[in-house]
Write a protein that binds this ligand. Structure first.
Ligand code: FES
Length: 112
């Protein structure tokens, strides 16, 4: 079965909570800021996604994909057209159905 092309990214939401900061979200923030500006991607931050065990956490829109334990290198690759699939923790909406072979939690709160 052929995979659908991925939607281009328009917004990235990065957690800047204490657990994510301890695990490098500051470096990830600076990396995204540098690369996102060139690609017209909006970078937003939140105080905590409440999935701190997955820190650092990044959510991609419009794909509705949540990623945990992301790294500077992973984000760099993502913004160069790569994927962060190894860090996927949750997929919202229609995309969730397509991930049926991957046992994902129903909501982020299931990750606690
Ligand atoms: S501190 Fe980042 S998810 Fe809670």
């Amino acid at each position: 079965m052929e995979e659908e092309p991925r939607q281009p990214l328009s917004r990235l939401v990065l957690c800047r909570g204490i657990h994510c900061r301890r695990r490098g979200s500051g470096r990830i923030f600076r990396q995204i800021k540098r690369q996102a500006r060139e690609q017209a991607i909006i970078l937003l931050t939140v105080p905590c996604f409440r999935v701190c065990g997955q820190a650092p956490v990044l959510v991609l829109y419009p794909r509705g994909e949540w990623y945990g334990r992301v790294t500077v290198q992973g984000v760099r690759e993502l913004l160069q057209g790569g994927t962060l699939d190894r860090c996927l923790i949750y997929r919202m909406g229609n995309a969730e159905k397509k991930a049926s072979s991957n046992p994902l939690p129903k909501t982020p709160s299931d990750l606690h």
